[in-house]
Write a protein that binds this ligand. Sequence first.
Ligand code: S3P
Length: 750
Amino acid sequence: MPQPLFQKVAFIGLGLIGSSLARVIKQQHLAVEVVASTRSEKTLADAKALGLIDAGYRLASDAVQGADLVVLALPVRATEQALRSIQPYLSEQVILTDVGSTKGNVVAAAHAVFGEQLPAGFVPGHPIAGAEHTGVHAGRVDLFAQHKVILTPLPSSAPWAVDKLTQLWSAAAADVICMDVYKHDEVLAHTSHLPHLLAFNLVEQLANREDNLDIFRYAAGGFRDFSRIAASDPQMWHDIFFANKTAILNAVDGFETQLATLRQLIASEDSHALMGLLGHAKAARQHFNHMLAQKPLMEKTKVTQQFSILPGSHTFNGTFTIPGDKSVSHRSIMFGAIAEGTTHVTGFLEGEDALATLQAFRDMGVSIEGPKNGEVTIHGVGMHGLKAPAGALYMGNSGTSMRLLAGMMSAQQFDSVMTGDASLSKRPMERVAKPLRAMGALIQTTGERGTPPVSISGKAALQGVHYDLPMASAQVKSGILLAGLWAAGETSVTEPEPTRDHTERMLRAFGYEVKTEGNRISLQGGGKLTATQIQVPSDISSAAFFMVGAAISENADVTLQGVGINPTRTGIIEILQQMGADLTVANQRLAGGEPIADIRIRGSRTLKGIHIPEDQVPLAIDEFPALFIAAACAEGETILTGAAELRVKESDRIQVMADGLITMGIECTPTADGIIIQGQGKAGDWSNIFKGGEVESHHDHRIAMSFSMAGLRSSGEITILGTETVATSFPSFTQLANQAGLAIQVSEVD
Ligand code: S3P
């Protein structure tokens, strides 16, 4: 058995929180001895009978003697008195913590008792957990599981004490966070104390009306939802409101200001602004819904969903319209926001990545309607109309949002910070920060190794530069060009290889002159964008999964309508054709400045392995995970070189694909800048290629969708872990794939 964390733990107070923690300590043998003091003999007797404590005392001073952990688990108002009574009896190396929901006053109480110098073991804490009932019987061993516990170490707190408390709360399956005392009280004032105060206030307001009987009799769900928390314990809230007075008064002031704005919009019948405000609030609620639901959809540190693809003889047929292009959707919001006038977008991709961009601009004061059935209306604020966001801009999984916005934010007059999920937080940002710095931007990548968060100061005046891109990256190119819109003089870039040119095309559609001379792209700063209509084509990168699915399935016949075939994106078509796929492009037309076409793919020939031409790599950069599945089904070897960029996408796509392919019985060798795949296909033979198995997507949507397609040629079931990211680019993927003939089962996992 491992060494217990503590010799003797003493609880001062043993209500819901204290007794729940005591249950955890007992269940996991985290202490040799657990004792408690409360004024109620009965509580002590019950706690003993429940096996929660080894000894009980009426006096706190008796309980704490010889204890190496003391937990104050009583109402915060009693803190000072409790500390005073135990102070002479505390051992030198004791860890002293509490569980109160305000922290500033606990620290003040400690100073009142201990003076200037607080004990090194003193680390205040706040488990954010509760239950309907209170008391020693209400405690639950799982009360803290998957809940946040905030520790607020002080400058005087010793690291060993913080460390041990972190271990203790982690053993309770809590998510431990360290925060400054002041920050804690401010955050809680807004997220917990203000809502309770408002609930009490609303019920009071209605109860004081003469017609209160009618009001409560006919109260609808809205009132019920809103007022539920006004049924909480008045004594507790009375104490909290006093204990956290300063922060709560600030929150109330903020509320009054906001309410006055809303009142004014209604009084003046300013419909446009009112819609903007309500729309922004609704979008913010949706955006953060996953956090409120305590199910981190976009944090993606946890796997919350998986696909199981059942083996069987699959057909793969049908005519489909694939959702909108991700790159074009991002840019439509960004450019619409800084244009003069109102931009209408159709075919917008309602995936999490593009929605992160949309939310960022709402956070910067842009009024945006929709998206509804792919339609978005953006009320542009002009080149100088963006406002400072109230907090960090959250980019979720989206590298495009962060790198393009890095350029735009560098040119603004306000400071900004951009953060992202677990995958984005590992991706290189110096590649865009470095050229922006050369333009005069004050930009820092504050993560380890040049990764997010990205922090930008608004005091910079940008100067146009020329930059030779060391890598073929449309995101870096775009980040620089976008900063160039505000820079003095000309900004130009030369790319080693042509990359997607949606930025250039769309800037022109917004009336901004952009020159392309060979691989050199340039623009002059100081112009303006004029609102326009944007029709977003279907995303060829999403269509790619269906192209590959059809190319590897016997007798498949799939038509994908209105797919974007911008020549900087058609590497997938070229490569599949070179591999011998039966793929035709018909009905070519223009939609909103971008070429589109209907693509038909039939499963009529066995693909053959090829050495993929390096000039096609940037033109198919997002399609390689799908192409690796095609290569596994081809006859002979496929060799990819010159694709080191794949290692810094949403995951290391070379390694992650190689791992999955090997699991499913495919021989392959990853290299520094590519992969060699031994195709298992034989001409005219459509039997299964993959043996099935469990693969990891590593928070990468395209890995998940690529391995789904392997299900069309698999003898065993394929399980793909971590498929929640599919929603970033292709929310209707499983629905369309199953319509075509696959059998993907989606399950949510805890
Ligand atoms: C994108 C550019 C590419 C691509 C990404 C979208 C864009 O990234 O992989 O999915 O919209 O500009 P890089 O610029 O890193 O190659």
